[in-house]
Unconditional design. Structure first.
Length: 498
């Protein structure tokens, strides 16, 4: 019988549950920050005039920095103290938020978003590993992780609503200013309530492995972005070679290291490997929806920021509501089958978005969003629990870092791949031969740019909106296929023993 299943483990009390609320606040803030900017794209495009490539960097540099540093920061938290790193990261996140809010140029905003990702990388793995150590009882820990997962998925989905409410009354930088009071609350109550914890025998910190993990992830994501943006093919090919080589060396080094950054042997367990893989593929597909759907609602359907945020609310409500039945579904059908079924439901919903995007009535879009929210809410909750229960408590930081790296790498690649796909299909659907070259470049750069330079009632602007909708439909179909693949992986690989 495992330590977690024994009856004599101490039960968490009020202090632990109060500390959990602080950690949930951090997760919600990070998740909101990952998606809130999607609603501000039209406003900041008008103000900063970013190119389509800069727009993609603004969207995914945050997740790229997070993904590149999570393994390192998760292991560092095990050594220096998870509470200490959490509070340091929170302070850094607040400062970076101020830099982003008052960015005078697109380049400045990209740099500030990168710093937000660096600070966020110190927060996310710490939250999960602190939960893993605060809640020794298996049932309580599963509940706590379910709440954490609901906060992560719900925060990501509620980001557009928060952004919409702010953008209705303030300038686009307000979506970052809102982080500051949250950070103050987090630091004060986190210092009081959260217990310190660390790995008692962490071993020597492997700085070379930390550099290899960063190089591998950044190079691979950059290779994808460079390939889809066109230009010299030698650049993405070189980045791909560097990324694969760094990744291979990193994995080999972890296998033979006495104190690895991550325990690669964990991937021999079907529950762990299947959960991480399903998380990565499904997040990649889901992030594409959040990136382009807010633009569709505002630029094509003519909704204001707040109205657009409200119309994305079905995803949020469904993903949070389903947490309440996740446990009973697992008891009845088994974890792998429920995760696979949830992802299949999300795939159907994503296909529904492709069909309903042409519908005059919003009802059909709302129904599709509910299916996506139900499926993703189930999957995210249970895959996180599958990852964290597969490892001993003293390796919680490394395990949560792997899980969160899969999540954030999925976000970064999702925006890079699906964002580039929709931009490419949008350009392919336009005919700007009759326009002057300078104006044609702005119209084909992005729909947000076209809206800013073309007369509201022009035929070409209408053509641009039609091209964007067609591009979104094909991108939604691609997302549906990816979610279906993730469903098959989860169904076949993650154990479903009850």
């Amino acid at each position: 019988m495992s330590h977690d299943d024994r009856e004599d483990v101490s039960l968490a009390g009020r202090r632990e549950w109060a500390a959990l609320s602080v950690l949930v606040l951090a997760v919600v803030m990070l998740a909101v920050d990952g998606t809130v900017l999607s609603l501000a794209v039209p406003a900041l495009s008008a103000d900063l005039a970013p190119t389509s490539n800069q727009l993609l960097w603004i969207g995914d540099i945050y997740s790229l920095a997070l993904a590149g540093l999570l393994v390192t920061m998760g292991t560092l938290a095990d050594r220096v103290g998870r509470k200490r790193l959490l509070l340091i990261g929170a302070a850094g996140f607040g400062l970076a938020s101020l830099l982003a809010a008052f960015a005078p140029t697109a380049g400045w905003l990209i740099a500030a978003r990168f710093l937000l990702g660096v600070a966020g990388a110190t927060l996310m793995p710490s939250t999960l590993s602190i939960i893993r150590n605060m809640f020794e009882n298996a049932r309580q820990r599963t509940t706590a992780i379910a709440i954490w997962a609901a906060a992560a998925s719900g925060g990501a989905a509620i980001g557009p609503l928060v952004g919409g409410a702010l953008l209705e009354h303030f300038w686009w930088g307000s979506v970052f200013i809102i982080n500051v009071p949250v950070i103050i609350i987090l630091i004060v109550f986190g210092y009081i309530l959260i217990p310190e914890s660390r790995d008692p025998n962490p071993g020597k910190f492997d700085l070379f492995s930390a550099a290899l993990s960063m190089i591998a992830i950044v190079a691979l994501v950059y290779a994808v972005k460079a390939a889809v943006s066109g230009g010299n093919l030698w650049v993405p090919m070189g980045a791909l070679v560097v990324g694969v080589a760094a990744g291979w060396i990193f994995i080999r080094r972890q296998q033979y290291s006495s104190s690895p950054l991550i325990d690669v042997s964990l991937f021999r367990h079907p529950a762990f490997a299947g959960a991480v893989t399903a998380t990565f593929v499904s997040v990649l597909a889901f992030s594409g929806l959040l990136f382009f759907f807010s633009q569709y609602l505002q630029l094509v359907r003519g909704n204001g920021p707040l109205q657009a945020g409200i119309r994305e609310l079905p995803v949020t409500l469904a993903s949070v509501a389903v947490v309440g039945i996740a446990g009973s579904l697992v008891l009845r059908f088994g974890r792998g089958y429920v995760i696979g079924g949830g992802l299949a439901l999300a795939a159907i919903g994503m296909g529904g978005i492709a069909i309903a995007s042409d519908a005059a009535q919003y009802f059909w879009l709302a129904l599709a969003l509910v299916l996506v929210g139900l499926g993703v809410g189930l999957a995210f909750t249970l895959t996180t629990d599958a990852v964290m229960t597969a490892v001993p408590p003293d390796k919680a930081g490394s395990a949560s870092a792997v899980s969160e790296t899969a999540y954030e790498l999925g976000v970064a690649l999702g925006i890079a791949l699906l964002g580039s796909l929709i931009a490419t299909l949008y350009r392919a659907g336009l005919n700007t031969d009759s326009l002057p070259p300078a104006l044609a470049d702005k119209v084909t750069d992005s729909l947000a740019s076209a809206v800013n330079v073309l007369p509201p009632e022009s035929e070409l602007l209408n053509d641009a909106k039609v091209a964007f909708v067609h591009a979104m439909q094909w991108t939604s179909v691609t997302s549906a296929v990816l979610l279906a693949v993730a469903a098959v992986i989860a169904w076949r690989v993650i154990p479903s023993s009850k």
